[in-house]
Design a protein around this ligand. Structure first.
Ligand code: HEC
Ligand code: HEC
Ligand code: HEC
Ligand code: HEC
Length: 179
């Protein structure tokens, strides 16, 4: 019993820390990130993302096919209004609008901040240039890229047919060129 209580306490602590962190940082939108991550010299992150299916992930939920899938899964709402679809296809849909940057668009689907964390506090040049400081301000760095992808690319996806990390990463990687 004692152990259980202690465990619950730790859980509550972890949870409150986590949700506080979430509350402090808000989504600002792709447009805000790509002021500095757009040109060839910077690494063409904007066009790579625009040409990837991630940028269409929300729009995909508006299709007849998506609604059909949602219906077959037993959901009574259109796919684009179903949280169990949105959770892998979008960001910010479950956030109070007042907490979202003016330029943030849920329609941008799986966007920069879906993978890198809400950017309101790390977007400034001085912070961005200092990796440790950026992380303190909400930038998420992934230890294992593959593990990160599998958060969404897994059998819970109704259309899942498998995930090949190398092949998939090659389609979306967007490195800053080293000179
Ligand atoms: C004012 C310019 C600016 C803005 C706005 C900006 N960045 Fe950056 N970002 C930089 C600079 C400069 C670096 C570090 C140098 C480099 O590698 O280009 C960087 C680095 C990064 C890195 C690499 C971090 C690392 O150490 O691995 C990521 C990821 C990133 N930015 C994502 C974003 C996202 C997402 C947004 C929007 C929420 C954003 N940036 C907005 C300038 C900016
Ligand atoms: C937040 C959830 C999420 C994460 C995390 C995620 N993806 Fe995706 N990904 C999606 C969704 C949703 C689609 C389908 C979009 C569509 O077709 O509308 C997709 C599609 C793709 C596609 C296109 C596949 C095809 O059918 O042509 C590639 C490639 C891809 N992702 C690579 C990756 C890689 C590599 C990672 C990890 C670095 C990753 N994704 C992380 C949600 C995610
Ligand atoms: C666990 C994350 C996840 C959930 C939940 C999810 N999806 Fe997806 N969805 C993906 C990924 C990843 C892809 C890219 C292809 C693949 O691996 O299935 C995708 C692709 C799609 C596609 C395009 C596939 C094609 O071949 O045209 C549709 C349509 C779709 N999802 C609809 C839905 C609907 C509707 C729901 C809710 C009932 C849903 N998804 C829930 C992750 C998810
Ligand atoms: C599906 C998830 C996903 C999306 C969407 C995404 N990124 Fe990334 N990005 C990653 C991952 C994972 C890495 C880590 C690469 C590494 O460490 O090798 C990365 C790396 C970066 C880097 C650092 C590159 C380097 O050379 O170290 C920058 C800058 C960046 N992303 C900016 C952006 C911007 C801007 C957008 C939106 C236009 C964006 N990303 C969209 C997953 C994503």
């Amino acid at each position: 019993m004692k152990h259980l209580l202690f465990f619950s306490f730790i859980l509550a602590l972890v949870y409150s820390t986590f949700s506080n962190a979430q509350n402090n940082f808000s989504y600002i939108g792709v447009e805000q990130c790509v002021m500095c991550h757009k040109t060839e010299k910077q690494g063409s992150q904007l066009s790579i993302w625009q040409n990837s299916k991630h940028s269409k992930a929300y729009e995909t939920l508006k299709t007849e096919k998506a609604n059909q899938i949602a219906k077959e899964k037993g959901f009574t709402t259109p796919a684009v209004e179903t949280n169990d679809c949105l959770k892998c296809h979008a960001s910010g849909y479950n956030v109070d609008k007042a907490m979202l940057g003016k330029k943030f668009k849920v329609e941008d689907g799986v966007q920069c901040e879906t993978c890198h964390g809400p950017g309101s506090a790390y977007k400034d040049m001085k912070i961005m240039k200092d990796r440790a400081l950026a992380i303190q301000n909400g930038l998420i760095i992934h230890e294992s890229l593959e593990k990160f992808c599998i958060n969404c690319h897994n059998a819970e996806s109704p259309t899942y047919t498998g995930f090949e990390f190398e092949e998939y990463w090659n389609q979306i990687k967007h490195y800053v060129p080293k000179n």
